[in-house]
Ligand binder design. Structure first.
Ligand code: SF4
Ligand code: SF4
Length: 292
């Protein structure tokens, strides 16, 4: 079962929930925690894994062979990302704009383009003391494209069907969150009851609806803000799977890198109950799809 923990905005407590959920389920089977928030991966600060492998991730970018290039400009015109420019009779490559799509190489009539690897980050894996398989991607600082590393990260893990995979998504509703959500059995959307939380929740709801992924909401810091979140969720008939009341003690503990389970052991049962509810929703959805 792949559960992606996502949020329409940063700072809602997404990583706190993802790491706490992973920690709470270690007695229920083999658990994976996959940190796809590759621009700011920080799940390791909560779960403290020992990393045992590290692999570089690259995308293939074009290199122009000037002895073959006739400066026809076809490669420039097919590049949707403006990563190539023709200056006089030279073709310039802007590696940081290149998405590695290969279109320029494919379309070059002179076979004047070779592809070379451009490192964009690393993928690391290891294990926590309580037996969680921990995998994360880390985009190199100043590299602009998180999506290829997220794709490589997800492609690299092949857990058995019975394993529980908790995926920590980048915040927001852009390409990197979409890539992270792709293939998920369930999206757990973390929000807070404020006008900002509601605004950004609506955006990520649009994404999971479009992707046809079953979802539920966790309200973090319940008690702050206003009641507009509850009004909206009731109107839309969206299930609230868990409320975490605002607590200064919890906030201080989380800021110190401790999960909810470490801080208040009763969260272990609450999060296991949450997992049970998610399993039921996913199973009902699967049956509904089969019977259509
Ligand atoms: S398509 Fe090939 S030949 Fe034409 S400008 Fe680009 S590299 Fe040169
Ligand atoms: S690989 Fe794709 S994105 Fe990169 S320069 Fe070529 S056409 Fe543009």
């Amino acid at each position: 079962m792949r559960i992606t923990v996502a949020s329409g905005k940063g700072g809602t407590g997404k990583t706190t929930i993802a790491t706490s959920l992973a920690r709470s389920l270690t007695t229920k089977g083999q658990v994976w925690y996959v940190d796809c928030d590759v621009e700011a991966p920080n799940g390791h600060l909560f779960l403290d894994p020992v990393f045992t492998t590290q692999a570089q991730t690259s995308i293939a970018i074009p290199q122009i062979q000037t002895d073959k290039c006739t400066a026809c400009g076809i490669c420039v015109s097919v590049c949707q990302f403006h990563a190539l420019a023709k200056i006089g009779t030279s073709i310039l490559v802007f590696p940081q704009l290149c998405h590695g799509c290969g279109s320029c190489t494919w379309n070059c009539p002179e076979d004047a383009i070779v592809e070379i690897p451009n490192p964009i980050g690393v993928i690391e894996s290891g294990e926590t003391q309580d037996g969680i398989h921990f995998v994360r991607g880390a985009l190199t600082i100043s590299e602009p494209m998180p999506t290829p590393i997220i794709r490589a990260l997800k492609r690299g893990i092949t857990p058995p069907e019975t394993d529980i995979v908790i995926i920590d998504s980048p915040p927001g509703a852009s390409c990197s969150a979409v890539e992270t959500l792709r293939g998920s059995d369930f999206a757990l959307l973390v929000t807070e009851p404020t006008p900002f939380g509601l605004h950004d929740l609506k955006q990520i709801l649009g994404v999971v609806n479009d992707m046809n992924i079953p979802f539920g909401v966790i309200i973090n810091r319940d008690g702050v803000g206003d009641n507009q979140m509850d009004i909206f969720l009731t109107e839309k008939n969206i299930p609230v799977l868990l409320r975490i009341p605002f607590s200064r003690t919890l906030a201080t503990g989380i800021a110190g890198g401790r999960t909810l389970v470490d801080l208040q052991p009763e969260y272990q049962q609450l999060l296991q109950d949450l997992f049970h509810r998610i399993s039921t929703i996913v199973s009902e959805q699967t049956h509904a799809t089969i019977n259509q």
